[in-house]
Ligand binder design. Structure first.
Ligand code: PLP
Length: 200
């Protein structure tokens, strides 16, 4: 297939490298990312948005794709961009219930209208939610701890494992990404900042 073939929507470009070619960790992320040399092919509106983004968000934030996707809304398995083009979303963790699920939207909105606070108050709802999760698992999984992000969850899981086992080692796959806390990033080779020893 032509690497710049338009497979769906107007802006999608296939990466120009195969993922199984030997790459160092930073290059793995770069496979699919926008770089300033891609600017020339963009319209004025897109270039201006990228410049504003770089000015206020700095260089650490990557943009995917040589022609960056500008999503406007999403429903179920589909994302629609600002031009009205529709994309099948195989990326943004939609496998569970999809984008814009009415029950999720309603539950989040209802809670925000009531109160948005932390776990150090005695509140019936969070206990009932924890009980419902616990009842769905084997008896060994008897406690719930809540986090807001995947990075936090992975960080906390490793803290707990280290505390219980006294161990320190972690095995991760070569191109893995586990999140952005200091600890989690150190075993996320895809971020290019890992300090884990490599074997093999
Ligand atoms: C596989 C995987 N683990 C962990 C994370 C980190 O999750 P969060 O961005 O919610 O901290 C991500 C985020 O993209 C992820 O894809």
């Amino acid at each position: 297939m032509n690497p710049s073939h338009q497979v769906c929507g107007r802006n999608f470009r296939m990466p120009t490298h195969r993922i199984d070619q030997p790459q160092n960790p930073v290059e793995v992320i770069a496979l699919n990312s926008f770089s300033s040399k891609d600017q020339v092919a963009l319209d004025a509106q897109t270039r201006s948005l990228i410049e504003r983004r770089q000015r206020v968000m700095g260089p650490a934030y990557r943009l995917f794709y040589t022609v960056p996707l500008q999503p406007a809304r999403a429903q179920g398995t589909k994302i629609v961009d600002v031009y009205g083009d529709e994309y099948l979303d195989a990326y943004n963790n939609v496998a569970s219930v999809g984008h814009n699920h009415p029950r999720v939207v309603e539950a989040v909105a209802r809670q925000l209208r009531l109160i948005n606070t932390n776990t150090r108050y005695l509140q019936r709802d969070i206990i009932e939610y924890a009980e419902s999760l616990v009842s769905a698992h084997d008896a060994d999984l008897a406690n719930v701890m809540f986090t807001c992000t995947g990075s936090e969850a992975n960080d906390l899981a490793v803290r707990m494992a280290r505390q219980v086992t006294g161990g320190t080692g972690i095995i991760v796959t070569e191109y893995a990404y586990h999140g952005c806390t200091r600890d989690v990033a150190s075993w996320s080779p895809a971020s290019g900042v890992g300090d884990c020893p490599r074997f093999g």
